[in-house]
Design a protein around this ligand. Structure first.
Ligand code: SAM
Length: 278
């Protein structure tokens, strides 16, 4: 199946706004599917079917694939490229307009996996939705901008470490599986990508209050140049004495910055902080 030819024959015009950079190489697509570890028992949610290349590759190994696509102009292309894929359901629509409850309904309210070459403009909000709102998602295998993959996979004291790193690693294990040069996409974007696996392990840490944990993390990185004490004082209206006392209780120096705390230390910080502010 020559995807480029099908797109041309149907006068398809790429829409930059939707982040349309397609994967067309079948060997590469098979390797992305292999990276995801999908088996015949898995229900897969794909976000952004494009011309259906990844969707087809997934349909060969998964039990069922539910694929979203926002661009109505791709409907007739997908009708052609997925014509013989009986375990695929295409939903023409904006995935961000669907609540997590609606997404759960679509996958049958059972555990599911997300595999997607996602449009760059929704990468962070999309990841955070699954991190924060879904108790059924088992893993995310995402082709994303390389820099974002490095942020998800970073470690404390590294330059890419930030609020999203901690939020994701608090509930999941992250691994970069392969780097995809920009030339592998059609058309080629301005950045390189990476395939990242986010495997959820919700009981990795004992987080009593997820909302407060996220608030703690977000505010600890609010002003990166400031010390953690200053960030905590600002965000939680604490006196310096109280903020320094919290760090002292954790055996941390008063001069420490947020990026020096491991994910486990953030879990502890949220607990100690909550006791101090309530
Ligand atoms: N999966 C295909 C592939 O690998 O070749 C296409 C990937 S392309 C990077 C992203 C796709 O997501 C585009 O087809 C785009 O139209 C679609 N898309 C963008 N925003 C979307 C949204 N909010 N909801 C659903 N699909 C979206």
């Amino acid at each position: 199946m020559d995807i480029k030819q099908i797109l041309q024959q149907n006068n398809f015009r790429f829409n930059k706004q939707f982040g349309q950079n397609f994967l067309t190489d079948s060997t590469l697509l098979a390797s992305v599917v292999a990276d995801s570890g999908i088996t015949a028992n898995d229900v897969v949610l794909e976000i952004g079917a494009g011309a259906g290349t990844l969707t087809r590759a997934l349909s060969k190994v998964a039990k069922q694939v539910i694929a979203f696509e926002i661009d109505k102009n791709l409907k007739k292309i997908l009708d052609i490229t997925l014509a013989d894929c009986n375990n695929v359901q295409v939903v023409m629509g904006d995935v961000m307009r669907y609540s997590m409850e609606q997404l759960h309904d679509l996958v049958g309210n059972k555990p599911f996996k997300v595999v997607a070459n996602i449009p760059y403009y929704i990468t962070t909000p999309l990841i955070m939705r699954f991190v924060e709102e879904s108790n059924l998602v088992q893993s995310l295998t995402l082709t994303i901008q390389k820099e974002v993959a490095e942020r998800l996979n970073s470690d404390h004291n590294c330059k890419d470490y930030g609020a999203i790193t901690v939020a994701v690693q608090a509930v999941a294990d992250v691994e970069i599986l392969q780097v995809l040069g920009r030339e592998l996409f059609y058309p080629a974007p301005n950045v390189d990508s990476a395939v990242v696996n986010v495997v959820f392990r919700r009981n990795k840490f004992d987080i009593e209050d997820s909302a407060f944990f996220r608030k703690t993390v977000k505010n600890s990185f609010a002003m990166r140049r400031k010390t953690l004490v200053n960030n905590l004082m600002n965000a939680f209206k604490l006196t310096r004495e109280v903020a320094e006392g919290i760090l002292q209780q954790m055996g941390l120096p008063a001069t420490i910055r947020g990026e020096a705390l491991s994910v486990g230390q953030f879990v502890e910080l949220a607990k100690v902080l909550k006791n101090s502010v309530l």
